[in-house]
Design a protein around this ligand. Structure first.
Ligand SMILES: [Zn+2]
Length: 224
């Protein structure tokens, strides 16, 4: 890369402008921005300042890594700029090149936020089931039909707890078929897409192999 890097003054100026644009256009969509007065305080603030500085130009991630090395040398060489998408930023480009549209959130971000808002606005279990296509959040079985895995029994959607340790409030409920609801008992915590993301009881650990139990044991010893 022999292209000249933007100066620190230019980047600070870019960061300041970008924060203002964010506040007007992206904050209403809850797009996340690092809280940093100076662009070089965080890795992500450097990435964003460099991308915004280059405007409509695509920037290779190596250029962004070069700026990081210059202005915050403790950061690694391989900066994962694409992770900005997870915070709602609209990035385009491929093959290691990125371009930022600072005026609107990414389409995926909007879809996901609408989905979550829909979940919280569903005032009856029927409405909530509709948001899930009248299917089990965990296995996808459709309500009212027999499921080939379970013979002739028709699928009934029940109010499954996301976190079994918490009350069955609206934000803690997903539709689950009677089979999933029964099989998982109170062993797991689910996210709002019905995916397991934590254990909620000792059962799954008890059923795990000795090797996994040992790994968990070693980890727990280091924590407590
Ligand atoms: Zn299911």
């Amino acid at each position: 890369m022999c292209k000249k890097l933007p100066t620190q003054t230019q980047l600070q100026e870019a960061w300041k402008e970008l924060r203002e644009i964010h506040e007007t256009h992206l904050l209403p969509h809850q797009v996340k921005i690092p809280s940093a007065e100076h662009y070089s305080e965080r890795a992500k603030s450097i990435w964003l300042a460099v991308l915004y500085f280059h405007g409509n130009e695509e920037v290779h991630k190596d250029v962004i890594s070069d700026v990081c090395q210059r202005d915050k040398p403790e950061l690694g060489r391989d900066q994962q700029v694409r992770h900005l998408k997870r915070d709602g930023w609209r990035l385009t480009g491929k093959g290691g090149y990125h371009q930022l549209d600072p005026y609107q959130p990414s389409a995926e971000w909007v879809t996901e936020r609408n989905r979550q808002a829909g979940r919280l606005h569903a005032d009856t279990f029927d409405n909530l089931k509709q948001l899930y296509g009248n299917s089990c959040a965990t296995c996808g079985a459709t309500e009212g039909r027999p499921d080939p895995r379970y013979g002739q029994d028709k699928v009934i959607l029940q109010q499954g707890h996301m976190d079994p340790a918490k009350p069955a409030t609206r934000d803690n409920i997903i539709p689950q078929c009677q089979f999933c609801n029964r099989a998982y008992r109170s062993d797991f915590v689910f996210d709002d897409k019905g995916r397991v993301y934590a254990v909620a009881d000792v059962g799954p650990v008890r059923r795990a192999s000795r090797q996994i139990q040992r790994t968990i044991f070693e980890w727990l010893k280091s924590v407590f």
